[in-house]
Design a protein around this ligand. Sequence first.
Ligand code: ADP
Ligand code: MG
Length: 758
Amino acid sequence: MIQLMPSAISLNAPIEDLYKFRIARLGETLSHKLARALASQAHKKSAAEVTIEDLLTYFPMRYEDRSRPALIRDLRDEMEASLELTVTHAHGYPVRNMPRYGRPKLFIFEVAGIDAAKTGREVIVWWFVSGPRAYDIVKYYTARLTPGTRFITFGKWEFEARRNRYKLRLNKPADELEVLVAPGSAEPEDPEQTEENRSDPSLAAIHVGRRVPVYRKLGEFNSKRVREIVHAVLSILEDESIEETLPSDLRQRARLMGRAQALLEIHFPTQDASMIDYELSHSPAHLRMIFEDFFWVTFAIGVKRGQRVKESKETSVRIDKGVNDAIAAVMPFKLTRAQRKVTAEIFNDMKSTAPMNRLLQGDVGSGKTIVALIAMIAAMENRLQTALMAPTEILAEQHARSIKRLLAKTPYRVELLTGSLRAAEKRRLQTALREGEVNAVIGTQALIQEAVAFANLGLAVIDEQHRFGVMQRAELRARGLNPDVLVMTATPIPRSLAMTVYGDLDVSVIDELPPGRTPIETMVFGEDQRQEVKRLISREVKAGRQVYVVYPLIEGSEKTDLKDATRRYEYLRDTVFPKLSIGLLHGKMKPAEKERVMNAFVAGEIKILVSTTVIEVGVDVPNASVMIVEHAERFGLSQLHQLRGRVGRGAEKSYCVLLTSDRKTVNAEERLGIMAKTSNGFVIAEKDLELRGPGELLGTKQSGLPEFRIANLVRDQQVLEQAKREAEFYLAKEKSAVTAKMIARIKQDPRFGLGAIG
Ligand code: ADP
Ligand code: MG
C-alpha cells in the first residue's frame, strides 16, 4: 500500500520520512540530509535510525525576545544584545595576504545598520571571511544584505570611540545573524549552503515579533531553518502522540509539566514566560526535560546495581581472629579514625555473599594504600588471590616495593607484573598465577591482558580509578568469578558525578589525613620570580629535603615539551645547582632506567627530580618538601592538586610553587588562585568540574560518562538529587507494574546498555 501523506506523525517516525508530511521546502533529499546531521548529535549509528524525537531534543542554545528587541539607544559598551536592524550599506574588503594574481583569500565583511526608529548612530556588524571560496561568499553576502534588508543579529557590542559608534564582531555569522525575509520575496543563492537554508517566506512570522529559539548550526542547516522545521513538526504533531514517560504522581510530587507541553515550550517560549528562566535553562519546560534526563540515567544505574547485588561470589570472606592477628602483625602505624571506618565498610562487603563493588575516595595522602593492603591480607588469609592494578609502572613498582616490605615476614608470595617484564619471566609468572602459587600480584594494565588468568581471584583493587575506564574495571572483574572489587581514587569526585558515573558503586570516604602533617604553602609565581624559587630550592635542599620540578606533556606537542623538560634539567644540573645531584624522569625512558632514578630519589641520593607528569599519581617520598610546577596554567586543577599532594607527606612544612607565564590573565588568577586558597580536594574538584566539564575532570573519554541530552551536572545538581530520590522510590517497588514498565523502557534505550540483560 502506498501512502503519500501518512495521517499522523509520531515521535518515533524516522526523520528521513519527514518530507512526506509536506513541510515547506523540505523534500526527500533534505530530509535525508537532516537525518544525517542529527545522527551524530543523537549518537545514532545511522541516519535511518534518527527520529522526530531526536529532532525535538535538539534543544535551542539560547533564546531571543523579538517581541521587544533592544534599541541602539540602549546599548552600552560590552553589552550582549540582539538588535533588529535595517542595512544601510554592506561590503567586503580584502585584508593582507593579497596574492599577486588570483583572488584574495581573507576579507572583512562589514554591514552598517540602523534600527527602525533610528534611536542612535548607525552601528557596524563585521566578520572575517576566509578560505578558497572567500570571494564568492563575500559576493553572496553583498547580494543578500542590500540596503533596506532587515536582519537580526546577536552578540557583545563594543563601543569604538574613534568612530563614535557601536561595533559587533561575529564569529559565526550563520548562527549570529539572521536575515528577515519579506513575504513573497526571493533570496539569493547561498554558495555555502544552498538548498538547506532557503527559508519559506510564508513562514516569516515565526521569526519576528515573538520569542524565538536560536539553534547551533545543525550540519548545513542554520538556526533559522532549524526553527522553521521544528516549528512545522510541532504543529503537525498531536499532543496525544507525545507519550508521557513519567507517572502522574511523580509529576505532581516533583511539580513537572507534561512531556508534550515541555517539548513545545522548550522550543517556543510562551509570551508570558520568564526569559531569565529560559536563559538560565531553568524554565518549567527545561526543568521537566532535565529531570527526565537524570531520572532515566539514575534509574538505569539502579537497575544494574540491583542485578549485581543478586549475583553471588564464589566464596565470601571470613574475618576472624586469625585474620585480625595477621593484619595487626604487619601494621606500621595506628590507623586513623577514617581509615578504621572505611576498613569496616570494606569488611562488611567482603563478608557478604554479593560481590563488593566499592569506591574508596580519599584525598591525596589520606592513606588509601594501607586500607587496600588490609583488605588484601583478609582475602589472602581466606586463601584467595588478590590483584592490585595501578595506572603507571612507577606507581605499580612503588606499591610492590612497599607491600613486599610490609609482608616480608609473612608466607605470602607477592609479585610485580608489568609490561616491561621479559617474556620468559612474564610467562613463568602467568603460570604461577594460574596455578594459584602467587597470592598477590601488583601490576599495570598488563594484569588485564588476555594471557592472565587466576586460580581463584577473590579481590581486585584498582588504584587511581580515574585513570581507568569502566571497561578496565569490568576486565579485571572478569578474571575471577565475581570477585570483590575495590577502586580507589584521589580525584575527589563531586557528588553529582559520583552519582552518575560511579552510581553502581558503594562509596567510602577517608575524610581525614594521618596525624602530624603541616599544611602546604601554595604560591602562584610569574617568570619574574624565578630567583625566589631558586632561593627556596637552595634553602630546602640545604635543610636536607628534596624537590620536584614538574613539566606538562601536552598531547601533540610532546616532543617539544620533553625537550623543554630535558633542557631545564640540564640547565639546573650544569648552571644553577652544579653541586647538587639532579635527576630526570619521564615516560619515554626505559623502565629499568626509570626505576633506578626513582629509587635514587626515594633513597635521598637525588635532591632535585625534574620530571613530567609520570609522577602525578601516588608517588610517595615523605622527605620531599617542594613541588615546583612549570606552565601550571596548562594543568587542570585536580591534576595540580594531585601534584601538590606529592609533598607535605612528612612532618616538615612543604611548599608548592605554581609557575606560570600568564599570571596576570583572568584565567590564571581564577584557576590558580583557587589552589592557593584551598587544600580541600573536593572544593577543587567541584571547581574543575565547573571550569572544564566532567570529561576533562575524569581524564578519560571512555569514563562511562552518560550522555545527557540537556542536563548539566554542575548547573542542575538539585534536579539530579530530586531525580535520584524518585528513581530510588520506584526501584524499591520492584514488583509494581509501574516499575516493570520503567525497566522495560530503559531496556529499549540503547544509551543504557541494558538491552541484553534479562
Ligand atoms: P594515598 O591515599 O594518597 O594513596 P598513601 O596510602 O600513599 O596515600 O599514604 C600517604 C602516606 O601516609 C604514606 O607515607 C603512608 O605510609 C602514610 N600513612 C597512611 N596512613 C597513616 C597513618 N594512619 N598514620 C601515619 N601515617 C600514615
Ligand atoms: Mg595512592
